[in-house]
Design a protein around this ligand. Structure first.
Ligand SMILES: CC(C)(COP(=O)(O)OP(=O)(O)OC[C@H]1O[C@@H](n2cnc3c(N)ncnc32)[C@H](O)[C@@H]1OP(=O)(O)O)[C@@H](O)C(=O)NCCC(=O)NCCS
Length: 193
């Protein structure tokens, strides 16, 4: 379900996959060839959320933001595995966020990082590019091994193929709702009352 909130309408690129039981609302934009999987909640009601092209947000993820302070930025070719909570953070290009991880406000995961499954990333945590981040709470373990780098870089392209397989199977390409005069989003200065 893709819904406006206070006149702000989610914006979608081309060939984006969103099944009916994912909920996307408010100031959310999603780039070309991205895929959002079953039972995700992406709630752009009190700040903005941007999801880059070819990113995948796997089943049962929860994406939210902090009012006026922390938007959520997910760059291109990021993979967010099943059951992840992302709140008001930044995930740079090509990173892989392992299953059941939580990342909190103000944290930044650098380009190409791998965050191990089940990690808790604290507020404001900064992960340098191409590093392994793991634990509860998470620490930087060091640069990725070749095998870890292979894991981090292989998932997004697979998910572009998976969503195309769903389209070929008859699942619809997602469309944003049409409303006459959408209000600008938070990034353009729309204040939350
Ligand atoms: C990180 C991962 C890739 C394992 O890689 P690996 O090369 O076998 O890692 P290692 O076992 O050598 O561990 C490296 C370090 O990270 C730690 N570590 C690895 N996985 C961890 C995890 N899930 N939680 C906490 N620590 C972890 C190890 O204890 C070790 O720490 P140390 O160096 O202080 O001893 C794997 O645990 C993982 O999380 N994969 C992501 C799975 C996923 O969600 N895939 C998406 C599905 S589409």
């Amino acid at each position: 379900m893709i819904r406006p909130f206070q006149g702000m309408v989610p914006r979608l690129g081309s060939r984006v996959f969103v099944p009916d039981n994912a909920l996307i609302l408010g100031d959310v934009s999603i780039g070309d060839d991205a895929s959002i999987w079953f039972n995700c909640v992406i709630r752009g009601d009190v700040n903005w959320i941007r999801i880059g092209a070819r990113a995948n947000i796997q089943d049962a993820c929860c994406l939210h933001v902090s009012n006026t302070i922390w938007p959520l930025l997910i760059e291109e070719e990021v993979s967010v595995a099943h059951n992840v909570m992302l709140h008001g953070c930044t995930i740079r290009r090509g990173a892989l966020i392992g299953m059941s991880t939580t990342i909190m406000d103000g944290a930044e995961i650098g380009e190409g990082c791998l965050v191990a499954a089940g990690s808790l990333v604290r507020e404001g945590f900064q992960a340098p590019p191409h590093s392994l981040v793991a634990g509860w709470p998470a620490v930087v373990k060091g640069p990725l091994s070749d095998r870890q780098r292979e894991i981090a870089t292989s998932v997004w392209a697979r998910y572009v193929r998976y969503k195309e397989a769903y389209f070929a199977d008859g699942w619809p390409i997602a469309e944003a709702p049409n409303i006459d005069a959408p209000r600008p989003g938070f990034a353009e200065g729309h204040p939350y009352p």
